[in-house]
Design a protein around this ligand. Structure first.
Ligand SMILES: Cc1cc2nc3c(=O)[nH]c(=O)nc-3n(C[C@H](O)[C@H](O)[C@H](O)COP(=O)(O)OP(=O)(O)OC[C@H]3O[C@@H](n4cnc5c(N)ncnc54)[C@H](O)[C@@H]3O)c2cc1C
Ligand SMILES: NC(=O)c1ccc[n+]([C@@H]2O[C@H](COP(=O)([O-])OP(=O)(O)OC[C@H]3O[C@@H](n4cnc5c(N)ncnc54)[C@H](O)[C@@H]3O)[C@@H](O)[C@H]2O)c1
Length: 444
């Protein structure tokens, strides 16, 4: 067995890997990245990017429907096989490009599944790696179920790689993946059902805006069923039968969208003395393992409040700063989240329920986007915002936007929150007219 020695070994080659691997290599460290799948991780291959490419035609269809009778004649028709082919033009070049980039920089890439054999040693295929520092960036994986017929449950990876869209699709779960993929499927002609076991969907978002989005979701023909835990899936002659207490649904595909736990099984954390819980690796605010000072972690495998590409990137940069001698605490202030439904829902900061739970005083302002020119001219009928501002110092506590362009508008709010600008900065901004952004002044 060959033994290789590095200053830094990174386990996992996704968004949480790149910034730290590149920064340490630029500082003269020897660096290796160990990746068991495709370089680039979930985001460019089976997550954000393929999903958003597929959504392009779906967005065009929704826009055309809203403008029907308002000057747009005819209805565009999504062509799933062509959408899938277009998507591959984005996904397929990523891993070869990254391999070339790492080679050019002198970062070694090992294609193997890594596991710790000691505090600073790893086994990766036939090789032993000894590293002075190790970054765990292994991401998350699909929720495990053990009900009868679980083998019929597909993953979001399977859905995003479909060559042809099935007619009836059930999404098990009521979070980001279930809502986004159900909207995509419905816009492309499938009958979609969202089944979640709890009594609320999209818990991360503000309940009032979620209620409006759920109504819009149902108006699109998507069934949203709460309190519906799946108990079994049976393969029948006409397709699948997805059932649980009080329900039984015929489907051509059932997709696991029930959350993504950290991918820690088989990683040998106990051999390295790295503490973790079911929520992920336990770190201090410098993203260093609380039990092994030579190990850091970043991205979806962390026990952290967000599991997003921008936060994986931020965490990787914070790890790099700490490894390279600039003590840096993670600061996630002003992290925006966007749910890419029709219309999109975006948020930054606290929900109203968070403010109440923390006993924070707040001034709430609600604004009807659908009653404003940029949304009306597009025939949009669903839109709302809720902002929460401190009465003491005009600090923005939270912002929630449902409507066309919400995912872009929230970036402006996120910048203001990250730079600790008061809400008056948004009220007094000079914005291009007639854009959605112009209306930020009325939202605060
Ligand atoms: C369907 C879907 C849509 C999404 N959409 C968005 C979105 O629109 N916006 C957004 O911000 N986020 C989105 N996300 C989340 C985003 O993709 C993740 O937050 C991000 O990819 C996390 O990066 P990471 O580097 O932590 O993990 P990953 O991207 O999961 O990368 C981890 C890598 O580690 C490798 N690995 C794991 N274990 C080992 C091992 N033992 N040895 C070697 N290699 C290993 C894996 O193969 C993988 O390549 C989406 C996720 C999904 C599933
Ligand atoms: N637009 C984006 O930024 C985006 C898109 C997709 C995913 N993501 C990231 O990926 C993560 C994973 O997404 P996700 O949608 O899988 O998880 P999620 O945490 O958003 O939602 C999981 C849902 O599944 C439900 N659930 C849990 N166990 C269940 C069970 N046994 N039966 C039925 N329902 C069950 C939960 O109540 C919840 O509604 C997200 O939290 C997010 O960080 C982000």
């Amino acid at each position: 067995m060959t033994t290789l020695a590095y200053d830094l070994a990174v386990i996992g080659g996704g968004p949480a890997c790149g910034p730290a691997a590149r920064a340490c290599r630029e500082a003269g460290w020897s660096v290796c990245v160990i990746e068991s799948g495709l370089l680039g991780g979930v985001c460019p291959h089976t997550g954000c990017n393929p999903k958003k490419v597929l959504m392009g035609p779906a967005e065009a269809v929704a826009m055309a429907r809203h403008l029907a009778g308002k000057g747009l004649a005819g209805e565009p028709r999504p062509d799933w096989p062509a959408m899938a082919a277009f998507t591959r033009t984005f996904t397929e070049p990523v891993a070869p490009w990254l391999a070339g980039d790492y080679a050019k920089r002198g970062i070694d890439v090992l294609h193997a599944r890594a596991a710790f054999t000691g505090p600073r040693t790893l086994r990766a295929g036939e090789k032993t790696i000894e590293a002075k520092k190790i970054l765990i960036a292994v991401g998350a994986t699909h929720q495990r179920f053990d009900f009868p017929g679980v083998e019929h449950l597909a993953t979001s990876d399977d859905f995003l790689a479909l060559a042809k869209l099935p007619a009836r699709i059930v999404f098990v779960g009521g979070g980001f993946v279930a809502f986004e993929l159900a909207h995509l499927a419905a816009a492309c002609g499938a009958r979609a059902t969202i089944l979640t076991h709890g009594d609320a969907a999209l818990r991360r978002f503000d309940a009032d805006l979620v209620a409006r989005l759920v109504a819009a979701t149902e108006a699109m023909g998507i069934a949203v069923r709460l309190n519906s835990p799946v108990a079994r899936i049976d393969q029948e002659s006409q397709g699948l039968c997805v059932s649980g207490p009080g329900f039984s649904l015929a489907a051509d595909m059932a997709v696991n969208a029930a959350g993504r736990p950290p991918q820690l099984a088989g990683l040998g954390l106990e051999a390295a003395g790295v503490a973790a819980t079911r929520a992920g690796i336990t770190v201090n605010d410098q993203l260093q393992s609380v039990t092994n000072p030579d190990v850091h972690a970043a991205g979806d495998c962390l026990d952290a409040p967000y599991a997003l590409t921008p936060t994986a990137d931020l965490e990787s940069r914070v790890v790099a700063a700490n490894l390279l001698g600039t003590p840096t605490a993670i600061d996630r202030t002003g992290t925006p989240s966007a749910l890419f439904t029709q219309p999109p829902l975006a948020m930054c900061g606290l929900t109203e329920a968070d403010c109440q739970a923390r006993g924070l005083a707040y001034v709430k302002k609600e604004y009807d986007l659908a009653d404003s020119f940029p949304w009306q001219r597009l025939g949009e009928t669903v839109g709302w915002s809720k902002t929460l501002v401190s009465p003491d110092d005009d600090r923005i506590l939270g912002a929630h936007i449902l409507g066309h362009a919400a995912e872009e508008l929230i970036n402006v709010v996120a910048l203001a929150m990250r730079q600790n600008l008061p809400a008056s900065a948004l009220r007094q901004g000079i914005w291009t007219y007639p854009t959605c952004g112009y209306y930020l002044r009325y939202m605060f």
